[in-house]
Design a protein around this ligand. Structure first.
Ligand SMILES: [Fe+2]
Length: 304
């Protein structure tokens, strides 16, 4: 290993190992554990110590169970191989290291195979709070504990099925512009649903809502805000609302949706797929998230 790589560490935005993989076009990579610097391990330890008491107050109990079942380390960045050894026997899921953003269809198709694309870099100790892109703390501390829960894991697989359904339904459309338009709407609807559930979802708990969305569970500030802040609107989830609701990305969520249970969430993905087949995702309200060219192309390419 060249000296410069070892010194640079695996800090978000400053990780030569990851940048080189990206420049080679390698999406799926390894986790070169020896490259993590002392500062990288310190960042994990600080994030973990800070958020743990908030998990105990605000997280759903399946998440807390998952943190224990995976034996997430408190003092160092986790090795994905260690996590996977514990995770796979539970639900078949695996954390799969990636070099960066995974285009829409490929991401959902990974979920279908019970692989979760996982960022290996970690934020610097100087930027503990706001991070525009995911890091290993978001992906492994926020997402992966939920993958120990059977109904939740099965829900992600159903999401992967929906991506295949989207390809199948739009592949038949002869007119290119119409095909792009339909696909853009369907991807937007799927992304919004994913955003308001897997990323920012709340679940009914015995004493009020609890968090199961990874964006909440990996954010010290937003986790408390999501549950406690008076200005946050919290409503029982409704499909017609979620798929038409613009998703705000760079500040705390002003609107969150509550599911009853993970079986409820699974059923909702069935509903999402049925609506897709009925054409009810073909004309959703404009707004965020934008559907990027790479996402659209990933769905188009899957048809050929
Ligand atoms: Fe996420």
């Amino acid at each position: 290993m060249p000296q410069t790589l070892a010194v640079a560490g695996l800090t978000t935005g400053h990780a030569p190992f990851v940048e080189e993989a990206r420049s080679r076009g390698d999406l799926y990579i390894s986790q070169p554990y020896e490259l993590y610097s002392a500062e990288n391990h310190e960042a994990w330890a600080k994030l973990f110590a800070r958020i743990r008491p908030r998990w105990e107050r605000y997280a759903n109990d399946r998440f807390l169970h998952g943190v224990e079942a995976l034996a997430l380390p408190h003092d160092r960045v986790p090795r994905l191989a260690d996590i996977n050894r514990r995770l796979q026997p539970l639900t078949g899921f695996q954390a799969k290291p990636v070099s960066g953003y995974v285009p829409g269809f490929l991401f959902f198709d990974c979920l279908r195979r019970r692989e979760f694309p996982t960022t290996i870099t970690i934020r610097s100790t100087g930027r503990m709070d706001y991070l525009p892109e995911p890091d290993i703390f978001h992906d492994v501390a926020g997402h992966v504990p939920m993958h120990t829960e059977r109904a939740f894991a099965d829900t992600l697989v159903r999401f992967g099925d929906c991506a295949h359904t989207a390809v199948e339904l739009t592949a038949r459309i002869r007119d290119h512009q119409e095909r792009v338009r339909r696909l853009t709407n369907i991807i937007k609807a799927m992304s919004r649903f994913f955003w308001f559930t897997v990323e920012f979802g709340l679940m009914r708990g015995p004493h009020g809502p609890v968090a199961y969305g990874s964006g909440l569970l990996s954010s010290y500030g937003e986790l408390e805000h999501a549950i406690e802040a008076e200005e946050v609107q919290r409503y029982p989830i409704q499909m017609e609302w979620v798929i038409n609701q613009s998703a705000e990305i760079d500040h705390y969520q002003p609107l969150l949706f509550i599911i009853d249970s993970f079986d409820h969430l699974f059923d909702l993905v069935d509903t999402l797929e049925r609506w897709m087949r009925e054409g009810r995702l073909d004309n959703v309200a404009p707004g965020l998230p934008e559907v990027h060219e790479g996402d659209l192309r990933s769905f188009m390419d899957a048809a050929s």
